[in-house]
Ligand binder design. Structure first.
Ligand code: 1GP
Length: 234
């Protein structure tokens, strides 16, 4: 239970955490040393996953990352094919903003045989897709509608329903490459109501946006695209 207790303790002590997301489809092994050199020193985790990844590729990337980095690897799978026993932990995602049974239970049931004989730390996570102002892959692949940013009540109630159902984390997702990250107003409103750690990601590409998410109450922020293409603004 190491990754989760680290997140929980950090959240309890108001120590903000950063996870860098690696999409196995876009990761290039020969560019890895530059990539790692440019990561902020305070990076706590590597998240590995994407919306559409060819079978087997996640495992390859996870093994590669294990060899070159000491950071814990948490899987963030778009589907059950992206589960690798070589990672440390798994965000067991339930897409609670959507109403598609495929991502509420079907993928989860199908993933069991890949998980049950591994040492992966399973972290049940209520995953909430929020409109980031741009058509995103989660929306397309899951065929579920993102919640509008102005419907704060639905977002808060969805997060609370996620907590009441036993999830250990809530993840507010604006979609990879979002034009508008999840607003500070939403983060504050959700933070005020839930008592489990809060993850925020999607479209965060500058130190200022990162600070805004932390100040509003995010415990762990996930950044993918901005580090992937080296465009993060300090
Ligand atoms: C996407 O929340 C993550 O699932 C990160 O998004 O690629 O926009 O940083 P970005």
């Amino acid at each position: 239970q190491q990754c989760y207790s680290e997140i929980k303790q950090a959240a309890a002590g108001n120590r903000k955490m950063l996870a860098v997301l690696i999409d196995p489809e876009k990761f290039v092994e020969s560019e890895a040393s530059d990539f790692f050199q440019n990561l902020p020193k305070e990076t706590s985790f590597l998240l590995v996953g994407g919306s559409t990844v060819k079978s087997g590729r996640t495992c390859e990337v996870v093994k590669f990352l294990k060899n070159i980095s000491g950071l814990p690897i948490i899987l963030f799978p778009g589907d059950q094919n992206q589960i690798s026993p070589h990672a440390d932990a798994l965000l067991f995602l339930i897409l609670i903003s959507g109403r598609n049974p495929e991502y509420l239970i079907e993928q989860q049931v199908r993933s069991v045989n890949r998980i049950k004989n591994t040492n992966l730390e399973i972290i049940p996570t209520g995953y909430i897709l929020i409109d980031g102002g741009r058509e995103c892959a989660v929306h397309r692949v899951s065929n579920t509608k993102p919640l509008p940013q102005n419907d704060i009540e639905s977002i808060v109630n969805t997060a609370l329903a996620g907590q009441y159902s036993g999830n250990k984390l809530i993840y507010l997702e604006a979609g990879s490459g979002a034009k508008n990250p999840v607003s500070a107003e939403i983060i504050k409103a959700v933070r005020k109501e839930i008592s489990i750690p809060l993850i925020v990601g999607g479209g965060i590409r500058s130190a200022e946006q990162l600070k805004n998410a932390y100040d509003a109450g995010a415990d762990l922020v996930v950044i993918g695209t901005a580090f992937e293409n080296g465009s993060f603004e300090e």
